[in-house]
Design a binder for this molecule. Structure first.
Ligand code: PGA
Length: 250
């Protein structure tokens, strides 16, 4: 049985002060959850978030990392720095980074491997644009991303990965993929992993749905066979809404 993962992505929202206030309310609301709860916060909030969630069932992740250990890379934060402060998860290859920071699949692949070298579990994001969906090439796009992003990654790491299927047209738009489409895409990813690795890896890897997840649709989505939880943007910004999503089964 795969453990469900409910991950939040604050994107570029909340200050360190907001972060402390957030967890002062949130921690108690989810303390009885048995799911893996992860909040991916802006770098500037990491210290406050780690401090505020110490001794709780909440894990803190980042939204990006630089795959190099150190160097002349103005404005970046290295994988080693994150490892040193105890970060165990990072989103990698979010569509906003692919779009606005021109991150390619080759670059995403480097980051995934480097994350594992530093004991950080990647939350890899894949998904098609509306244009690709309308052209009828959504499946091909997802398969190409999976193949390229995981290329050369050993099975012992692949089985620990978290992959989020996020149709780009559903992110922040209020539009959610239908439950059938969401489950079908997550199954497609699992089947591709089975082809690249084996049954064991495919059965262990957690595949999430992301894109306008809300308290009102979480239960329906997360109960589907191939969906192991969600990556939540907008609705993770409010403690009560995110707690309702975490507690979808309560
Ligand atoms: P959303 O964002 O929940 O606001 O649609 C999801 C994401 O980008 O991870």
């Amino acid at each position: 049985m795969r453990k469900k993962v409910i991950a939040g992505n604050w994107k570029m929202n909340h200050s360190p002060k907001d972060t402390r206030n957030y967890f002062a309310e949130f921690n108690d609301l989810v303390k009885d959850s048995e799911h893996e709860i992860i909040l991916c916060v802006p770098y500037i909030d990491v210290a406050a978030a780690l401090e505020s969630t110490h001794d709780t069932n909440i894990k803190i992740g980042t939204q990006n990392l630089n795959h190099q250990v150190a160097g002349a890379l103005t404005g970046d934060v290295s994988v080693k720095m994150l490892e040193d402060i105890g970060i165990k998860y990072s989103i990698i290859g979010h569509s906003e980074r692919r779009q606005f920071h021109h991150e390619t699949d080759d670059y995403v692949n480097l980051k995934i491997k480097s994350a594992f070298d530093h004991e950080i579990v990647p939350i890899l994001c894949v998904g098609e644009t509306l244009y690709e969906r309308e052209l009828g090439i959504a499946k091909e796009k997802i398969i190409i991303q999976i193949r390229k992003d995981l290329e050369g990654l050993p099975a012992k790491f692949a089985e620990q990965m978290i992959i989020a299927y996020e149709p780009i047209w559903a992110i922040g738009t209020g539009k959610t993929a239908s439950t059938e489409d969401a489950n079908e895409a997550c199954k497609l990813i699992r089947d591709e992993i089975r082809k690249m690795y084996n049954d064991d890896v495919a059965d262990k890897i957690r595949i999430l749905y992301g894109g306008s997840v809300k308290p009102t649709n979480a239960q329906e989505l997360f109960n589907l066979e191939d969906i192991d939880g969600g990556l939540v943007g907008g609705a993770s910004l409010t403690p009560k809404d995110f707690a309702d999503i975490v507690n979808f089964d309560k």
